[in-house]
Design a protein around this ligand. Structure first.
Ligand code: TA6
Length: 300
């Protein structure tokens, strides 16, 4: 998909550099006093984050593509303005166009121990060509430090009401998914995306993994805690203005079926996705905005 017109990058603080990344794609490299990160303008895609003193928190496939028209495999893909396949548009890209387009770096600044990047995307011939004709403006604020805060702010710039889905499709690194437990979603009903429509009743125990797992929890604002027992650490994903959480691990067969996913990489990752999808899709009146936020933290 053609890129958005590049805008002049802002003045950059010394903690921020724009360098050629994988595939020659522009990469914003952040080395802050409390944490470091890498963000590609392609998809406004955060591909790495680590608080100072911590192992990397995000997972990135060694087989990922870094080319126009393809999503980076890992990090935090932005799924917008739809999640999964676009109903009635078999040719539309899965998970929307936001992760396939170049975003503009609108601002970069230091705020105490954090570095705050703001990236922007607006409607264009490319977005309208994907079967979503709506004027919009998106701002994505990435705050890098002891925590990683991701805030997706969408404004309806059209004269008609609009409805959209959004997901911060976060790939977390874990030592071994088979020794990992997810707490916080107990009791929340979920749709098992592998078993077709219809919500399953909530479960009373934390989630453990022994097969491909693809669950959409709807109507929940809960913080999710990943207990990575192999690494003896926890990763929490708190959220604001998000009513859905997706939990996904492809396991063996699905991993082997993806060209941009190493056959053995499934053991080292888990997606905890901060979303508004399906019944939780967002409706905006003309001129109205909504911000969905995820906050990632690492604990002992
Ligand atoms: O969020 C889970 C999911 O919808 C899975 O069904 C799987 O398709 C995954 O997203 C990855 O999708 P992608 O289009 O990035 O390959």
């Amino acid at each position: 998909m053609p890129s958005q017109p590049a805008s002049a990058p802002p003045d950059l603080p010394s903690s921020v550099q724009i360098v050629p990344g994988e595939g020659g794609l522009p990469l914003v490299r952040v080395t802050g006093s409390a944490g470091s990160a890498e963000v590609y303008l392609h998809g406004a895609h955060v591909t790495a984050w680590a608080p100072v003193g911590q192992e990397p928190v995000l997972w990135l496939s060694a087989a990922s593509r870094f080319t126009d028209g393809a999503a980076i495999r890992g990090g935090v893909p932005i799924c917008f303005p739809w999640f999964g396949a676009k109903a009635g548009h078999p040719g539309a890209p899965a998970h929307g166009f936001a992760r396939l387009l170049d975003w503009a770096l609108v601002d970069a600044r230091e705020e105490r121990d954090d570095v705050v990047l703001t990236l922007g995307l607006a409607d264009s011939d490319a977005t309208r060509a994907s079967g979503w004709p709506h004027p919009f403006e998106a701002r994505y604020t990435v705050t890098i430090g002891e925590h990683l805060t991701l805030a997706l702010h969408v404004t309806n710039r059209g004269r008609e009401p609009v409805q959209f889905e959004a997901a911060l499709h976060t790939y977390l690194r874990v030592r071994d998914i088979r020794a990992t437990e997810v707490a916080g979603l107990q009791g929340a009903p979920f749709i098992d995306q592998l078993a077709g429509p219809g919500a399953r009743p909530g479960e009373h125990s934390p989630i453990r993994f022994d097969a491909e797992t693809d669950r959409a929890y709807l109507g929940t604002q809960a913080t999710t805690t990943v207990h990575d027992t192999g690494a003896r650490r926890t990763i929490t994903v708190a959220k604001d203005a998000s009513n859905s959480t997706v939990v996904w691990n492809p396991w063996i067969a699905k991993a082997a079926a993806m060209a941009d996913f190493g056959n053995d990489e499934w053991t080292g990752m888990l997606c905890i996705e901060t979303c508004n999808i399906r019944d939780d899709a967002v409706a905006l009146a003309p001129g109205e905005s909504r911000t969905m936020t995820a906050v990632l933290s690492v604990g002992g």
